[in-house]
Each structure stands twice: as C-alpha cells, then as structure tokens.
Design a binder for this molecule. Structure first.
Ligand code: IMP
Ligand code: MG
Length: 179
C-alpha cells in the first residue's frame, strides 16, 4: 500500500507557537534549577532541538532509544532499552521529551524505569497527545497539543521510518491518492 500526505493538520507556525509556550512554562517551573533533558529517539529529535534552544534554565542533554512490547495484555507492556542514558541522573531534575503519547504504555514503563535511578524529579514534556487512545492513567506534565485519534507524520514522527523530515504535522491518505 502506498501513502501520500493528505493534508496538513498542524503547520510550522502553530508548532513554533506551541514550542514557545512549552519552553516558557518549563523556564518558569525550573527557574534557578538545572535540568537533564532526555529525548526519546527517534521521534523527539526535531521537537527536542526546537525546545532546548528556547530554554534559559541550565540544561544538559541526553538521549534514550526504547522499543515497546505489549505482550498479551493491553494494560501491560515492557520497554526494551535500545540505547541507554550516558549521564547519571541520580539526584537530577529529569525532563523526558517525547514526540507523542498514544496508549501511554511507553511513557508509563519508561517513567518506572527512570525512577529506579533516583532522579530528584521526573517530568514529561510531549509535543502531541492523543487522549482518546489512552490505556493507562498516565498524563504528561507539559503537553504541546491534544489531537484527535488520527495517525500523524512529520516534525519527527514517522510512518514506517518515513516522513520524519516534513516541517508540518500531516495526515496520510491511506489510499495513496488513488481515489
Ligand atoms: P504509546 O506507548 O502507545 O503511547 O506509543 C507512543 C509511540 O507510538 C510514540 O512515541 C510514537 O513513536 C508512536 N506513535 C503513536 N501515535 C503515532 C502517530 O500518530 N504517528 C506516528 N507515531 C505514533
Ligand atoms: Mg516514538
């Protein structure tokens, strides 16, 4: 099946306004403190780059890469660490940066995992949120935009590895424009 971009859902101007607002909240909340910003690869890479350039609090950067397996049940999942942190987060203020929360299982498991490393604080910043799809109670501390239950690509988000480089957030046409 081929796909092509059907329409823009969130354009680059709206994205920049969203990033400005999130950064202002983070700068206010962590004023006078230092944070370790942990980007979850690969989806967060563009959002992370935009966000950290707007931060005025003392910031260090690290990345993790995880893959999720949901096994037999819908409410449990495990994250396998593909790339672990390089820095020690013990006693640090950690801010996880994710592209999107869907079921919430990745984030739930990731938070449990990072909590075992005893950070001073642990919060989550996501660009996009699909609250209708949630299978756990989890919510992010900083949410860029809540969106309806549609599959989006661009601004770091992919379909089968493609479309991450699109500057706007787009919806794919599943018929590949054949109709
Ligand atoms: P969750 O564990 O179900 O919350 O899955 C979150 C992950 O699923 C995200 O980090 C994305 O990699 C992927 N994902 C969820 N929804 C979308 C989407 O609409 N477009 C692209 N990737 C998505
Ligand atoms: Mg992802």
């Amino acid at each position: 099946m081929t796909h092509r971009v059907e329409r823009v859902m969130i354009d680059r101007t709206q994205i920049q306004e969203m990033v400005d607002r999130l950064a202002a909240e983070i700068n206010r909340d962590y004023e006078g403190q230092e944070i370790v910003v942990v980007g979850i690869l690969k989806g967060s890479f563009i959002f992370m780059a935009d966000l950290v350039r707007k931060l005025t609090v003392q910031t260090t950067i690290d990345f993790m890469s995880v893959s999720s397996y949901y096994g037999g049940t819908k409410t449990s999942g495990i994250v396998k660490i593909v790339k672990d942190l390089d820095v020690n987060i013990n006693g640090k203020n950690v801010l996880i940066v994710e592209d999107i929360v869907d079921s919430g299982l990745t984030l739930l498991n990731l938070k449990d995992l990072l909590r075992t490393k005893d950070p001073a604080s642990l919060r989550v910043c996501v660009a996009f949120d699909k609250p209708d799809r949630r299978k756990t109670e989890i919510s992010a501390d900083y949410v860029g935009m809540s969106i309806p239950d549609e599959f989006i690509v661009g601004y770091g988000l992919d379909y089968s590895g493609r479309y991450r480089n699109l500057p706007d957030v787009c919806i794919l046409d599943p018929d590949g424009g054949k109709k």
